[in-house]
Unconditional design. Structure first.
Length: 170
């Protein structure tokens, strides 16, 4: 089964401001990943082509990185995920920019069920939290988003009953 999943948001900010956030991914000073609410993104070395890591049960390798512009990750796990995901920044002019997260993969085996039932709702919530984190880091009004009931239940279940009941306010 082929999956394409896109999240994007427009910011009242120059591309370089968003690029500065992108380049902190997985660092100790990460300003884009929603570290307080989700498993930390970590790699075996600083963000660069060939770095291997991921977050939670999702593993990937950095396939391409254009500092301040884009990064693409190829999935290593879980089983049944073949493809990748990444972030890119697009200049829109007039002091506005777009930050897009794109996931493209083919799912097989058990992932044909685990993607739509569990991974997709969690993925969607995480990416939206990251896009909101960018707003906060750019001192823009954060877009309020509430996690769905499915996301709250999945997080509670996966944490053994210790998950926070709701997403951070931003």
């Amino acid at each position: 089964m082929r999956v394409v999943n896109i999240h994007e948001r427009i910011y009242a900010a120059e591309p370089d401001a968003l690029g500065a956030l992108l380049d902190t991914l997985s660092s100790r000073a990460d300003r884009l990943w929603p570290v307080g609410a989700w498993p930390k993104m970590a790699f075996d070395r600083p963000l660069q082509v060939g770095a291997i890591g991921g977050h939670g049960p999702i593993g990937y390798r950095v396939e391409s990185w254009q500092p301040g512009r884009s990064v693409w990750f190829a999935f290593l796990r879980p089983a049944g995920f073949a493809g990748g995901h990444g972030l890119e920044i697009e200049a829109l002019g007039c002091g506005r920019s777009l930050l897009r997260h794109r996931l493209e993969m083919t799912v097989s085996g058990a992932a044909r069920l685990s993607w739509p039932l569990a991974f997709r709702p969690l993925h969607d919530a995480l990416v939206e939290d990251a896009l909101t984190r960018a707003e906060v880091e750019l001192s823009l009004p954060p877009t309020a988003r509430r996690w769905s009931l499915r996301v709250r239940v999945l997080r509670w279940f996966l944490s053994g009953g210790r998950a926070r009941p709701q997403a951070p306010a931003g």
